[in-house]
Design a protein around this ligand. Structure first.
Ligand SMILES: [Zn+2]
Length: 240
């Protein structure tokens, strides 16, 4: 559990950074602390986020300084007070501050935002159930960053890997309007309903069983395999 909580960070210490030999798994922390981080991000959003369009967003980036073996959650909020103001997304702020402080391993990010699909379509052009990171913010993700986009008021969410979201952007950008509509219609546009995130917390055991069977050769493969497993568990969580 957290060692230190401020407006900007939640600090979590861990021992043994030798991930490939497997003692520490940052995504176990995502399962354990997710509901707490959501609650924290929601409070920050309510207090500090500003947007002339009333699109209030906050983010909690779960990041590591692998040399010092420290993990933190950096909390950020969006700030676009008037039309034409420079864009400051919640994700940019969280990852920006994290990188600046030497926390450059981007393990996961929780983004808290609207669930009004009309509003979301107005922002991104795609009527998704939750608000995904914008194009600039997608570039801050690794392929193996787990992205959980959560409702600000409702306990609903979707989970993706950074690779999935970037692939989706690539496909949509290259597509004609008709193809785009086709692709979007095929997407399962359902968010997971998990009141009080009860299932989320229970997902940890399922996730850990799943990843205990992995046999991979590189840290990169391990991270990606873990991310995909975490997303699969989160997306299917109400069935456990
Ligand atoms: Zn953004």
């Amino acid at each position: 559990m957290p060692e230190r909580i401020t407006r900007k960070i939640v600090e979590i210490r861990y021992e043994n950074g030798s991930e490939i030999h497997e003692q520490f798994d940052p995504l176990s922390i995502l399962f354990e602390m997710g509901p707490f981080l959501i609650k924290n991000a929601r409070a920050i959003r309510e207090k500090y986020a500003t947007s002339y369009r009333n699109v209030l967003v906050s983010a909690s980036a779960l990041v590591r300084n692998t040399q010092e073996q420290k993990m933190r959650a950096y909390v950020g909020f969006n700030n676009t007070p008037y039309q034409g103001a420079q864009k400051h997304c919640a994700e940019m702020k969280s990852f920006g501050q994290a990188d600046h402080d030497g926390y450059r391993r981007h393990d996961a990010v929780i983004v808290v935002g609207p669930t009004d699909t009309n509003m979301i379509e107005g922002i991104t052009g795609i009527a998704t159930p939750t608000l995904y990171p914008c194009d600039s913010c997608l570039d801050l993700l690794d392929d193996a960053t787990v992205v959980v986009t959560v409702g600000a008021e409702e306990d609903v969410y979707e989970a993706h890997t950074g690779a999935e979201l970037r692939h989706q952007r690539y496909v949509l950008q290259g597509a004609t309007k008709r193809k785009r509509q086709e692709l979007l219609a095929n997407q399962s546009a359902e968010a997971i309903h998990d009141p009080n995130f009860i299932h989320w917390t229970g997902g940890r055991a399922v996730y850990e069983t799943l990843v205990s069977h992995f046999d991979v050769n590189s840290l990169e493969d391990l991270r990606l395999a873990r991310a995909e497993a975490a997303v699969a568990v989160l997306q299917d969580i109400t069935n456990f």
